[in-house]
Design a binder for this molecule. Structure first.
Ligand code: ADP
Length: 447
């Protein structure tokens, strides 16, 4: 087991990782920008190193500074959290060269899944169902017209290097196609420095359902069930739950088993999430995230597993302790992503947090790095807390969530708590009847 781990991240996820380390008796090193000197992750770590000025590219994405921080402190491993360098294959390689363990999969697997065309090809080879679309990238408009005609309109143009829902354009008819391709290419080039795009069938009313997997890189892998992340705004998840209101145990086992077998074949190491769109009883692979996800706590609530501790054990060379039959699900969990944003316009609301009171009681978990007097810097993501609620049933979970949201107080900045207070009262949400477009439509009709 490691003696000291450096956490190359900030905010709630840095705290989350630190908690896992502390329970395992591992020392922690925080890194921070000059904007985060007063941040909770710096206060709670055993040691901390300043790695640069506020902009992420100069600090949290500054690979030489992070490697130097490992060398100065003697950290043997790096946990990247999510975002920042968590899916950067080059970062994983550089750490390998410096004999520092990257807590995550091999750089080769990160690279495959980071290229969406390559990821789709690999998924298909491994027996995972994919969205019908172009075999590779789009090189020529005539070829694109032919492919779109074969699979049928509407089609979606997506960036090979995509992430965060950017670089995606829908074409409803052949007349839209050329324009959609050009716009997506330009957007992808601006956002990712890579203008390559591909084409797939646009599913009109799918749910977003993802499967959590855990592998040890030694041929063992299990699935930890699904999460339903259909409630999205601008392709960003807002509310996540497990189990999905749309799946039964047999469907879960069928898709989960397929994904677990694929990960065994791949020799996948660590935690990962295989994301699908689900429509009319069919699953369609869209991408795989080779890291811990923001919404991992809902899976922890149902399985009782600490996913970060599992990541650390596996990275230290341990074999998976479980077989699929050892994974037992119980109850229901929902996570709300609380952002420092205006709940109607979603404009960021950084600044001083004057007062915080978090809900508590049975089945309520808060993952957050906020404290009264903390100044939320304007440079980073606006996620300031995750409220995760567990109940024996979905009905109990919703009742508890409503109660917990009523107790949550954050003063000084605007937050999205009022949005969730509205959502828990919506009949469609209570009934679990929603797809990936539900929230966008709701926001248009209610603001
Ligand atoms: P990113 O990496 O940018 O997040 P994803 O491929 O994961 O991109 O897609 C993000 C979201 O975009 C999905 O959750 C879904 O809402 C929507 N989406 C992606 N592919 C399709 C598709 N073929 N049809 C309809 N919606 C899609």
């Amino acid at each position: 087991m490691f003696d000291k781990i450096l956490i190359a991240n900030r905010g709630e996820i840095a705290l989350r990782v630190m908690r896992a380390c502390r329970e395992l008796g591992i020392h922690t090193v925080a890194v921070h920008s000059t904007a985060d000197e007063e941040a909770m992750h710096v206060r709670l770590a055993d040691e901390s190193v300043c790695i640069g000025p506020p902009p992420a590219r100069d600090s949290y994405l500054n690979i030489p500074a992070i490697v130097a921080a490992c060398e100065i402190t003697g950290a043997e491993a790096v946990h990247p959290g999510y975002g920042f360098l968590s899916e950067d294959a080059r970062f994983a390689e550089i750490l390998e060269e410096h004999k520092i363990k990257f807590i995550g999969p091999s750089s080769a697997h990160i690279r495959i899944m980071g290229d969406k065309i390559e990821a789709k090809r690999t998924a298909k080879e491994l027996g995972i169902p994919v969205v019908p679309g172009s075999e590779g990238g789009i090189n020529d408009i005539r070829e694109a017209r032919r492919t779109a005609g074969d699979i049928g309109y509407p089609v979606l143009i997506k960036a090979t290097a995509g992430g965060g829902g950017r670089g995606m354009k829908v074409a409803h008819t052949e007349t839209d196609l050329e324009n959609a391709i050009q716009t997506a290419q330009a957007e992808a080039k601006a956002a990712f420095g890579n203008g390559d795009v591909y084409l797939e069938k646009y599913l009109e009313r799918p749910r977003h359902i993802e499967i959590q997997v855990l592998g040890d890189g030694q041929g063992n892998a299990v699935h930890l069930g699904e999460r339903d992340c259909s409630l999205q705004r601008r392709h960003q998840k807002v509310w996540e739950e497990a189990h999905s209101p749309a799946l039964n145990a047999a469907q879960r086992e069928a898709i989960g088993g397929r994904v677990a077998r694929a990960m065994q074949k791949l020799g996948y190491e660590g935690v990962g999430t295989v994301e699908f769109l689900y429509e009319n009883g069919e699953f369609y692979f869209i991408e795989m995230n080779t890291r811990l996800q923001v919404e991992h706590p809902v899976t922890e609530m149902l399985t009782g597993l600490d996913l970060v501790q599992e990541q650390i054990r596996i990275a230290s060379g341990a074999q998976l302790k479980y077989e699929q039959s050892d994974i037992v699900f119980s109850g229901h969990a929902i996570e709300c992503r609380i952002n420092a944003e205006n709940p109607t316009t979603f404009a960021p609301s950084p600044g001083r947090v004057d007062n915080v009171h978090v809900p508590g009681g049975l089945g309520v978990r808060i993952d957050s790095a906020l404290y009264a007097g903390y100044r939320i810097p304007p440079y980073y993501d606006s996620l300031i807390g995750k409220l995760i609620v567990f109940g024996k049933s979905r009905t109990e979970c919703l009742m508890r969530l409503r109660r917990a949201l009523g107790e949550y107080v954050i003063e000084g900045v605007e937050t999205t708590i009022p949005l969730f207070q509205q959502l828990v009262a919506e009949p469609d949400i209570i009934d679990g009847h929603y797809d990936i477009h539900w929230l966008e439509k709701y926001l248009i009709n209610n603001t």
